[in-house]
Design a protein. Structure first.
Length: 107
C-alpha cells in the first residue's frame, strides 16, 4: 500500500513539472504562491476564476493572468488547453509555457 501511494505521489510530482491543463492549474498556483488554488482562488482578484480583466492585484492574481495568457496562446495555435496537455515550467517564480520552455536551459 505504501509503495502504491509513493508511486502515485511521485508520478503526480513529475507530471506537474512538465505538463498542465485545467486540472493541473492547482499545481501551477502551488508552485508560484505556495497555496492551493481550489477553493480559495476560484474568484480571487481580477484574473482567478472564470473570465478576467484589468491589472492583476498581487502575485496570486499575476499567476492567474499568466495562466490565462498560456491558454490564449495555445488557443491561437488551434489547441484546446483546458483538455489537452501542454508544457510549462516555473523558473524563479515565473511561469513559462509552450514554445518558450526550452529557453530556460539558456538562463
Amino acid at each position: 500500500m505504501q509503495s502504491s501511494l509513493l508511486s502515485v505521489l511521485l508520478i503526480s510530482c513529475l507530471c506537474h513539472v512538465t505538463n498542465g491543463n485545467l486540472a493541473n492549474f492547482g499545481f501551477m498556483m502551488l508552485d508560484v504562491t505556495g497555496k492551493t488554488s481550489f477553493p480559495y482562488y476560484t474568484s480571487y482578484g481580477c484574473h482567478c476564476g472564470k473570465g478576467g480583466a484589468g491589472m492583476p492585484v498581487d502575485a496570486t492574481d499575476w499567476c492567474c493572468w499568466t495562466h490565462d495568457c498560456c491558454y490564449e496562446k495555445l488557443g491561437l495555435e488551434g489547441c484546446s488547453p483546458k483538455t489537452e496537455y501542454y508544457r510549462y515550467q516555473v523558473y524563479k517564480g515565473i511561469v513559462v509555457c509552450g514554445e518558450y520552455v526550452h529557453l530556460l536551459v539558456l538562463l
